[in-house]
Design a protein around this ligand. Sequence first.
Ligand code: FEO
Length: 413
Amino acid sequence: MYTVRKVTDDLYWVGGNDHRLELFENIFPIPRGVSYNSYLLLDEKTVLFDTVDWSIARELVKNVKDVLGDRDLDYLVVHHMEPDHGGSLEEILMRYPNVKIISSEQGFDFMRQFGFNKVDEHEQIIVKEGDTYSFGKHNFAFVEAPMVHWPEVILSYDTTDKVLFSADAFGTFGALDGKLFNDEVNFDRDWLDDARRYYTNIVGKYGPFVQDVLKKASTLDIKYICPLHGPVWRSDLGYLIDKYDKWSSYVPEEEGVMIAYASMYGNTEYAAEALAGQLCEKGMTNVVVHDVSKTDISELISDTFKYSHIVLASVTYNLGIYPNMKDFINDMVALNVQNRTIAIVENGSWACTVGDKMQDVIDEELKLCDVLNDRVTINSSLNKANENDMHGLVDAIIDSMKKNRELQEKLNS
Ligand code: FEO
């Protein structure tokens, strides 16, 4: 029972942490690790909610055994079949041959697709939107959450203790390391960046589906949110829901500027730094500068969702967009980034084409994004001839922020 934590009187966290995995989904760096949350309810029936990644199966098995004591496991609820949660499913089925499985129809399909054929030796209960189930004292309602962020996802709501089991929604990168609840950590200081990076890169594309879930959740009286990754929420739920509302509706979290630059020999970098400095001179100090060759793309995407204004500063490469910048812009398109003000700084020693190429992608593939007319074109390095254009761009950014603010005030009044 060493790592087990109590969530409520009869609900236990029986998951685990992974500090050894370098890349989540083999793509996203997780220097702070990740938790795989699994929960066990001891009611008249015993119910396990989701399993964990195979890497920590041994810990799950021990935790479940410790909490169950002499009792058998009666039910396994599978909210989401991605292998970071479904990976230990068969291990549980083998150890508890009488366990009944509750999942969506597609959830069962995925179990078989992933090769967990043992499911067909168990009683299967298919649930859909609005179905209810009682485990004794605790009554559950099931909510479909398709494309958050897989199609088979269901959430469940314990109407007795008002606990929402939210699958990947409201989850975050970061290992728990003994802490479980949001009020046991400084979330805003230590977790928010990872929560944003997790959401925007993994679920970001599916904003409208998340909005549907938020609408459904708004009709429920929720006291606890139990996600599949990261802290359990039992206070200040509005803080997290507000973040999710902003991210999923593509509303910037903050008025500020992210400058992403692609530079081969430091000249475009110099321009990016000069721009950041001049913005600060004009009072806009909420500015971050990223080198697209050095910053992981998941961080670039995360800040794209955070800030209202994005400056893309790129050198021309093979008569087009510098590869790392191109990857970043393609990822913005793939993740449905929208509703941002974008400025372009281009550099080329001859045939400077990158600005037009970036503008074409933005115009054709990013929704509701305004590109400022005040483009800065650099020939090799920033020089006297660029002075007016640089000042013009700084003023245009500040001005557009002011206009956005005025528009927002009008909408709020
Ligand atoms: Fe955490 Fe979509 O799995």
